[in-house]
Design a protein around this ligand. Structure first.
Ligand SMILES: NC(=O)C1=CN([C@@H]2O[C@H](COP(=O)(O)OP(=O)(O)OC[C@H]3O[C@@H](n4cnc5c(N)ncnc54)[C@H](OP(=O)(O)O)[C@@H]3O)[C@@H](O)[C@H]2O)C=CC1
Ligand SMILES: N[C@@H](CC(=O)OP(=O)(O)O)C(=O)O
Length: 382
């Protein structure tokens, strides 16, 4: 069912980190001209909204929420757990668009990434679906880069080793990383300023400070030191040696592609194995991934590059050369842009059907905010 010409859309979580990126993108793309926005707050109902004359509505007020044809939330999983079922139980049949992972694998929710799964979105809309959830940031950024190979049916399996930014944990995690870097620098500043000082003495003092931080307030967000180190575990421990972030890679990739039993409505098509190790590194807001593909045949690198380049306006092939890689295939180059560069594309020593690639994406843009605002736009324009 199509929405009204200028639908009333409730925005929850708009001042958080993901929400702020979303607001920027919605402003840039003119989305606010197409809706009647209603801004909610979980902490400051009655306060000043970021636009318009109406004060902030209470995000726990069911009547206010029910007055919206669509609700777009970046407030987080606890809010979704608390409010989504209550609203549905009251008979609200509006569109719920959500950044949190809570509903993603539900039978009645579609994971949205329209440049990759627009056919699934259209089919779900026609079937009356009402729950639209953004994918895990690593999965969405990966599929925006190399989705072409999956769409073409070329992938037998894929392994991904991730290099995930601090922002994936939230704003406090980004602050903690920078604070740790500052503390470590301060610890050895006088030695660093002296070009004749011994590097191994600097290293010893840095390690001592890192060890002193471990288990304390300075590493409270991540639970381990990230500055000058890394953490090869992200999200919950599933108890079988797999982290929840790693589990999402296969589960969500296949659901987005409409494959396997978790696809909306179920699918007979084999779920493609996707697996690897997820690692937190000291980048700010870009997730990077080293990918290994086992393809179904010996596809020339030039053909792979052409498919990636042509797949969508944001996927960009970076020539597999040192200079281009260092210039264009780093978190610093990609942060704040919509581009999803894919580089280091080459045949691996394991055989001509094994291909390596490396991709980088801003996890707050394609990894979180962008698929949601695009889904809202699709609903408005339906
Ligand atoms: N961070 C990420 O990488 C990703 C996050 N997500 C999802 O999005 C959810 C929100 O993430 P994120 O945006 O990082 O969370 P934030 O903590 O930045 O924001 C969440 C809410 O916290 C409240 N808040 C309290 N203090 C502040 C403050 N000082 N500044 C801003 N907001 C504040 C706001 O609610 P109020 O205005 O009502 O007080 C805000 O909407 C996550 O829980 C997750 O489900 C999804 C993909 C990626
Ligand atoms: N888990 C991701 C961030 C995130 O919010 O993921 P999800 O939306 O799947 O919970 C990270 O830490 O990098």
């Amino acid at each position: 069912m199509a929405m009204n010409a200028t639908p009333r859309v409730g925005l929850i979580g708009w001042r958080g980190m993901v929400g702020s990126v979303l607001m920027d993108r919605m402003t840039t793309e003119g989305d606010f001209d197409k809706i009647e926005p209603v801004f909610f707050s979980t902490s400051n109902a009655g306060g000043k909204a970021p636009m318009g004359d109406e004060p902030l509505a209470d995000a726990y007020d069911l009547a206010a929420l029910k007055s919206c044809e669509a609700i777009l939330t970046c407030q987080g999983g606890d809010y979704t757990k608390d409010m989504h079922a209550k609203l549905r139980a009251e008979g609200w049949d509006g569109h719920w668009i959500d950044a949190a992972s809570t509903l993603r694998m539900n039978e009645d929710a579609l994971i949205v990434l329209d440049p990759v799964n627009r056919p699934q979105i259209d089919a779900a809309m026609a079937a009356g679906n009402r729950n639209w959830v953004g994918g895990n940031c690593t999965v969405s950024c990966m599929l925006m880069g190399v989705g072409a190979l999956f769409k073409a049916g070329l992938v037998d399996w894929m392994s991904t080793q991730t290099y995930q930014a601090a922002s994936g944990g939230g704003a406090k995690h980004m602050r903690e990383l920078l604070t740790q870097f500052g503390t470590l620098n301060a610890e050895v500043k006088s030695l660093l300023d002296d070009p004749k000082s011994a590097i191994l003495e600097i290293d010893r003092q840095v390690l001592g400070r890192q060890q002193a931080m471990t288990g304390g307030d300075e590493a409270a967000q991540f639970g381990a030191v990230l500055g000058g180190s890394l953490i090869p575990w992200i999200d919950a421990d599933l108890g079988n040696g797999v982290s929840k972030e790693e589990w999402k890679a296969m589960a969500e990739t296949n659901k987005i592609l409409g494959r396997g039993p978790d696809a909306l409505g179920g699918s007979e098509e084999r779920a493609i194995p996707v697996d690897g190790i997820c690692v937190r590194i000291g980048a700010m807001r870009c997730h990077s991934q080293a990918l290994t593909f086992k393809l179904k045949g010996d596809v020339p690198v030039g053909e792979i590059e052409a498919m990636i380049e042509e797949d969508n306006p944001w996927s960009k092939v970076i020539p597999n050369e040192k200079e281009a890689t260092m210039r264009d295939l780093t978190p610093v180059a990609v942060t704040g842009t919509m581009d999803i560069p894919v580089g280091r594309i080459r045949k691996l020593a394991m055989g001509p059907d094994h291909v390596g690639a490396f991709t980088v994406g801003d996890q707050l843009l394609w990894g979180a905010a962008e698929p949601l605002r695009r889904m809202l736009r699709i609903l408005i324009e339906a």
